[in-house]
Design a protein around this ligand. Structure first.
Ligand SMILES: Nc1nc2c(c(=O)[nH]1)N[C@H]1C(S)=C(S)[C@@H](COP(=O)(O)OP(=O)(O)OC[C@H]3O[C@@H](n4cnc5c(N)ncnc54)[C@H](O)[C@@H]3O)O[C@H]1N2
Ligand code: MOO
Length: 399
């Protein structure tokens, strides 16, 4: 068996970075990956400005509490004129401080009587002034190529006046489901049949990972049809992903068809759930190097977990982005007395700061993933004592 780390390393090494880019308006770029570094052509803030509603003055001019003569009024969007010694300006948050200012007094600390200001609380030089460039300096690299654009990144791009960004084009993924027992929701079940849940869960995970998904449905149970479908998918997609049919005893045409069109490695990975996992490449006339093939295990929790642990970082690498798995240390709200030989990802919740696993950890129980807000990592060959610190991966950070 490969360890989780070995499997991840091999996948990342095989991930060919997408070179094509497109330029999008900021509002269309949410979740996309920056294709170039972004350098600011201006400073933010662009000018020294007031952090408070109050009075701009110079504490070196007049011994506090004053008096200062209030001679001008500067609102946000206005510009003032330089202060002479002993003068103050009525000023509002965000307004440029006039030359000669070295502090702003909050209006709550001020007493104004007929244009004469006294300040009740002693002020230090620099207080309540936001300096030019304290957020972004002119010429600074504000975001690096490979950054995934979230709400904060889009706000920062707007703050430096950028309205369009070059991003890596989306990955095109063909999704197929294998299994004669599968039926689509909306259709009645015959004995022995189950609903195709992976199709919906994995399609959603792919879209959350920034992919365009073409859902090819349930593969027909014939070799030639399967091979033709895979060849066509590989010609027009970056990745072909299937669920089911990767374990040992399976009568499954996907594996044979992938092998007839390219290469396939069936991996046994020391991970629970999700031990069987297939990875390969399908050659095609349409693309120079063909499409990647990923075969996820059929059990719904196994496909979900292996997607998060392996496929998500692989797709991110193809887009030139990093995918972090930000584990936090939390005390175990459980104990495991017998060490296993696979690294286990328990579906768990934080309750009073302790990680509590869902009672049924079977790889068919999708309720465990819905219930959980994270995955506890139980290392291979280890027991866990109640209260011991364990790694917890918040699901929200993995999607
Ligand atoms: N003798 C062995 N049997 C199994 C092994 C093994 O090592 N030796 N591994 C087990 C493990 S671990 C897993 S995980 C599964 C993976 O099997 P496959 O990837 O071949 O998946 P299937 O056999 O097709 O299905 C497994 C399970 O999942 C259900 N399924 C499949 N597709 C879907 C879908 N789209 N939506 C909902 N549920 C689906 C399927 O009905 C089965 O119940 O193999 C073990 N066996
Ligand atoms: O590893 Mo399998 O994924 O237990 O069900």
């Amino acid at each position: 068996m490969l360890t989780v780390d070995q499997a991840r390393e091999q996948l990342l090494a095989a991930a060919r970075r997408i070179a094509e880019t497109e330029t999008l308006a900021l509002n269309d770029a949410l979740g996309r990956v920056l294709a170039t570094d972004v350098v600011s052509t201006l400073a933010v803030p662009g000018f020294d400005n007031s952090a408070m509603d109050g009075y701009a003055l110079n504490v070196a001019d007049v011994a506090q509490p004053g008096p200062f003569a209030v001679v001008q009024r500067i609102a946000a969007g206005d510009t003032g004129v330089a202060l002479a010694p002993g003068e103050a300006a009525r000023i509002f948050t965000g307004a440029p401080v006039p030359d000669g200012t070295n502090a702003v007094a909050m209006q709550e600390d001020c007493n104004v009587d007929g244009g004469t200001l006294t300040v009740g609380t002693p002020l230090r030089a620099g207080e309540h002034i936001r300096r030019r460039g304290e957020d972004v300096q002119d010429g600074a690299v504000v975001l690096k190529s490979g950054t995934r654009l979230g709400a904060a990144e889009l706000g920062l791009l707007a703050a430096i006046g950028v309205d369009r960004v070059a991003v890596v084009r989306k990955l095109r993924v063909a999704l197929l489901s294998t299994g004669n027992e599968l039926v689509e929701p909306g259709t009645p079940l015959a004995p022995g049949q189950i609903y195709n849940s992976n199709r919906y869960a994995i399609s959603a995970l792919l879209r959350e990972a920034g992919c365009i998904v073409d859902d090819l449905g349930i593969v027909p149970d014939r070799f030639a049809a399967t091979r033709d479908m895979l060849a066509a998918a590989a010609a027009t997609h970056d990745v072909v992903l299937s669920t089911g049919g990767v374990s040992v005893g399976e009568e499954d045409h996907v594996k044979a068809a992938v092998e007839s069109l390219g290469t396939l490695s069936l991996w046994k990975i020391a991970i629970k759930p999700g031990k069987p996992f297939a990875f390969g490449r399908i050659a095609s006339a349409g693309t120079a190097q063909g499409a990647d093939f990923i075969g996820l295990p059929g059990n719904p929790v196994s496909s979900f977990v292996t997607f998060l642990v392996f496929v998500r970082p692989f797709l991110a690498a193809r887009l030139g982005a990093g995918a972090t798995t930000p584990a936090v240390k939390v005390p175990a709200g459980f104990a495991i007395g017998r060490a296993g030989n696979r690294r286990e990802f328990l579906r768990a919740r934080l309750e009073q700061g302790r990680a509590v696993p869902y009672p049924n950890q079977s790889s068919g129980v999708l309720t465990s993933v819905v219930w959980a807000d994270g995955l506890v990592i139980v290392p291979e060959d280890r027991t866990i004592a109640d209260g011991e610190l364990v790694d917890f991966l918040p699901l929200a950070a993995l999607r």
